[in-house]
Design a binder for this molecule. Sequence first.
Ligand code: URA
Length: 210
Amino acid sequence: MTNHLTIVDHPLVQHKLTLMRDKNASTGEFRHLLREISLLLAYEVTRDMELTTRAIETPMQEMEAPVLKGKKLALISILRAGNGLLDGVMELIPSARVGFVGLYRDEETLKPVRYYFKVPEGLDDRLVIVVDPMLATGNSSAAAIDLLKEAGATNIRFMCLLAAPEGVARMKEAHPDVPIITAAVDEKLNDKGYIVPGLGDAGDRMFGTK
Ligand code: URA
């Protein structure tokens, strides 16, 4: 994957995203749409995964048939909203290894601090797909990717639902080697760090909190 930013402009993705943005969507509807959209985004993120072949027998004859090459990929969810994207991707790639990164913002330094970090072994040999629905300031995403690189990851992709231009720029500066795959890039961040027009707080909307 060579582009730093890929916007998945498939009509189904765009339609579902609009339904999710609508403030009248229920928690159940939001969650259902997020699951569907995550499958479509995952399709795009994995589009150029390497293949090899394996000898199999169809009912008709033997053949060398394509199968995924290399180690199982690693999905990394940035807690907690990442889990909403994770479910669908796990469904599509059931053998993927899965890790979690939890970060909070220190109120004094305003820097992301890690409170949870559990990732699969052998990250250096795996395609690592980081999932977090909202790329807002990009600070926590960039920090999570710092941690994954420290843990050995070299081949990382970042999958989100919505991005702000500020977050895309921050990621490009911090991790130019990490392609971003998103359904849309919105107008801007507001003064509270929310994406506008956006869809509000993705975690609250998917878990029905607040
Ligand atoms: N996180 C969210 O859930 N929503 C935003 O708009 C920005 C960050």
